[in-house]
Every structure is written in C-alpha cells, then in structure tokens.
Design a binder for this molecule. Structure first.
Ligand code: PMP
Length: 360
C-alpha cells in the first residue's frame, strides 16, 4: 500500500529526493563522510550551496538586485527579522491580517515597532470566509512596508494579486513558494520556512531587495541580520547545511518537473480534483470563497463532526496520513504541496467517497 502524507509541515518531500539523499547519506560523493559532517566552508559544500542558490534563482527568476539568504529560525524567526531589519524608530508598517499566520506576524512585529494592522477577513452573503481584494486594501501612504501572507496555511485562504503600491511588499510565502510562478520584482522581501515546498525544517529562505538591506551599524541580532547574511553568503554562523543540501536536491527535482509553471498546472489540477468532489458532496464542505481557495492547504469538514476521529483513524489505515485539521479550525485539512502526486489526491477522494457511502 502506498502512503501519502498530507501534513501541513514538515511536509512530504519528493520520493526521488529522499531516495537520493538516502543513497548518499553515509558517504557523500566518495568524500568518506556524510555531507552533514562536512565544513560549511569546505569547497565541496560551497559548491553545493552555490548550485542550490543558482537553481532557486532560475526557478523563481529572481532579479540580480535581490539577495537570496539561507537563514535559521523558521517563519516565526522572520516575523521578528522583518521589523528588526526594515523598521526604524519613528517609522511604521502596515500589516494585512488574512488568517492565523499573518495575525501571528502582527503580534511579533508589535514588539519592535509601530504596526498598523488591517484585518481583511470577511464573510460573503452565503457565509463563506473571504477577504478584501488586494486592490482594495486601504494602505497608509507613508508606511515603510506592507506585510502580508498570500497563503494562509491554517485557514486555507490564498490570494495571488498584490496591491498596486510603491510601498515595499513583504510576503510570508512559507506555504506557497515554488507552487506557482510569481513576479519577484513586485516584492521587497519574500521569506519562507523550508518545511513545505523546499526541504527539511531548520532552513529559512529570505529573498531581499538590495536597497532594503539594513545599514551596517543597525542593532539587530546577528543571526537575523539580512546585511550580515548577505555580506557573508549566508555563512556568518554555521548554516543548516543538511537542509540546504536537501533543498538543493528539491530544486533540481523541481527543474526536472519542468519548473514552477509545470508544477503550477499540476497543483491546480490536484486542488480542483479535491475541491470539486467536496463541492459536489453533501457530506463534506469547505467554507472558503472560491476566489480565495488555497491550492496548497485544503481544509474541509464532515457534516457530522462526531465522525472526525473515525475518519482520521480509517484514513491512516488506508495510508492517508496527517489529515486532522488544525486545532484552531477543526475538521480536516489536506496539505497538497508540490511533492504530493495527483495519485495521492485521487486516493484521498476515493477514500472520502467510500467513507461517505458507509456513513453518509
Ligand atoms: N507562516 C506560515 C504561512 C506558516 O505556515 C508557518 C508554519 N506552518 C509559519 C509562518 C511559522 O513557521 P515556523 O514554524 O517555521 O516558525
């Protein structure tokens, strides 16, 4: 029986990547040791690091005036890093709240500076969860930056438009990076924890427009300092080397899949397959406005939530792992990142049909 892991993160990685990592785990490329045991300053590791960066630059078409930083600290580390690097005394930033993670970003940033939070969560007349369209956001004219989270992992809400503004846009792309093409030049800073579409947790990417790097004498914890990271090729301190190496394998895999445009077609196909079934069924429901449904994280509910535990248990017995919804939302959540094949979603839908037949 094949198993499919629907965890929101750490999420499943491409099987081919895992197999390669396993095969070269103990003795990496005849060096007599694991890549995990090699100095980050060795020429062999630096080649791996540079190749990963170059492949990511190609995949996302990152312009030359953006630094790609391989950092520690996860998405939450960036919740602190962003205001610490970008916001100076007397300045303020706009923060868009579209769900749980952008709300957490506000809570963290408020410790460091003046934050104007804009809660854009709404209900449609039909009671569906929706948001104010980015073109209608009321931004403060002189904000230093505007922070948003285009894919809310917990809420299953995703938007792809950005506001038309000269204010630098800072985006938490933790759960949507590399799932579809983006125009990096529309952003001031992009950041993402690795544990969904990139690789193992512990690695965090920040893509920073050069003019937004902080000044050399800014007081910022060194491990969160974008300039220090940029000036030291992300090796001011020891980077998460194994995660960086594995991310490099994932980037190569993604190129072999045809890059971000091809994977986007597959992601759209996968998510439509699941949403279409949920919408046709009276037994399952998803309450997100169709215009803002996430391709990556699909929350859904059973008509009778007393069946939730049974659903999760039986799903696991069928090799469908980690479908229990986030504790803030309840119900179920299927996270279907790049590494999830269509077959995994088809298997899930077959299981859901059978469960509905028996319990509906
Ligand atoms: N932002 C988003 C969109 C997330 O999904 C997550 C984690 N699921 C975070 C931030 C926090 O990331 P971390 O646990 O790496 O700090």
């Amino acid at each position: 029986m094949s198993t499919f892991n629907f965890c929101a993160g750490p999420a499943m990685l491409p099987v081919e990547v895992m197999a390669q990592a396993q095969q070269e785990f103990v003795n990496w490329q005849q060096h007599g040791c694991s890549i995990m045991e090699m100095s980050h300053r060795s020429s062999a590791f630096i080649r791996v690091a540079e190749e990963a960066e170059q492949n990511l630059r190609e995949l996302l078409n990152v312009p030359a005036n953006y630094k790609i930083l391989f950092m520690h600290g996860g998405g939450r580390g960036q919740f602190s890093a962003v205001p610490l690097n970008l916001l100076q005394a007397g300045q303020h930033a706009d923060y868009i709240i579209s769900g749980a993670w952008s709300k957490s970003a506000v809570d963290e940033a408020t410790k460091y500076g003046q934050i104007n939070a804009h809660d854009i969560r709404l209900k449609t007349v039909d009671g569906m969860r929706t948001i104010t369209a980015p073109t209608n956001w009321q931004l403060t004219a002189n904000a230093t930056y505007v922070h948003c989270c285009p894919n809310e992992t917990v809420d299953g809400v995703e938007f792809t438009n950005l506001p038309d503004t000269h204010i630098p846009i800072v985006a938490d792309l933790s759960s949507t990076i590399l799932s579809r093409p983006i125009d990096v030049s529309r952003y001031g800073v992009i950041y993402a924890g690795a544990q969904k579409n990139i690789g193992p947790s512990g690695l965090t990417l920040a893509i920073v427009r050069e003019d937004l790097l902080p000044s050399k004498n800014a007081i910022i914890p060194s491990v969160l300092d974008y300039r220090l990271a940029a000036d030291n090729d992300s090796m001011f301190n020891t980077p998460p080397t194994f995660a960086w190496y594995l991310a490099g394998l994932v980037f190569k895999w993604l190129k072999q899949q045809g890059g971000v445009t091809s994977i986007a077609t597959r992601n759209q196909e996968k998510s439509s397959f699941l949403y279409d079934y949920i919408d046709k069924s009276d037994f399952y429901s998803n309450d997100v406005d169709i215009a803002y449904r996430s391709w990556m994280n699909v929350p859904f509910f059973l008509a009778d939530d007393r069946l939730n535990d049974m659903f999760v248990d039986q799903a696991e017995n069928h090799g469908l792992l980690a479908l229990k919804g986030h504790r803030m939302v309840g119900g179920m959540r299927a996270s279907i990142y790049n590494a999830m094949p269509l077959e995994g979603v088809q298997t899930l839908v077959s299981f859901m049909q059978e469960f509905e037949r028996v319990h509906g």
